[in-house]
Design a protein around this ligand. Structure first.
Ligand SMILES: [Zn+2]
Length: 103
């Protein structure tokens, strides 16, 4: 398991890795919001069918859930970091192992 190999990485590396993951999730959230906005526009203009929109929204939802489960984790212990606030609020410490995540 790759997670176990990360157990002893330094605090600076954990902070750096957390920053990368946090930035990636923020970018993905912006992209998902833009796609949703464009989809609503096309739907409103009658350029997309309801089925296309539903498939798109389900895909985005599944991707968001996947990113939340797989990426929103402590770089040190691999524990889930709890509720995702999409950049509005971020945990300062891991709720599982207590390691510092933000400088
Ligand atoms: Zn942790």
């Amino acid at each position: 398991m790759a997670r176990q190999l990360n157990k002893n990485i330094s605090e600076e590396k954990v902070v750096a890795e957390f920053a990368v993951r946090h930035a990636m999730i923020t970018r993905l959230a912006i992209v998902a919001a833009l796609i949703t906005g464009v989809a609503f526009f096309f739907l409103y203009k009658g350029l997309a069918s309801n089925t296309t929109a539903i498939i798109l929204f389900i895909t985005i939802f599944i991707l968001a859930a996947f990113v939340n489960i797989k990426v929103w984790r402590c770089p040190s212990c691999g524990g889930h970091l709890g509720k995702l606030y999409l950049g509005l609020k971020q945990p300062k410490h891991c709720p599982n192992c207590g390691i510092k995540l933000v400088e």
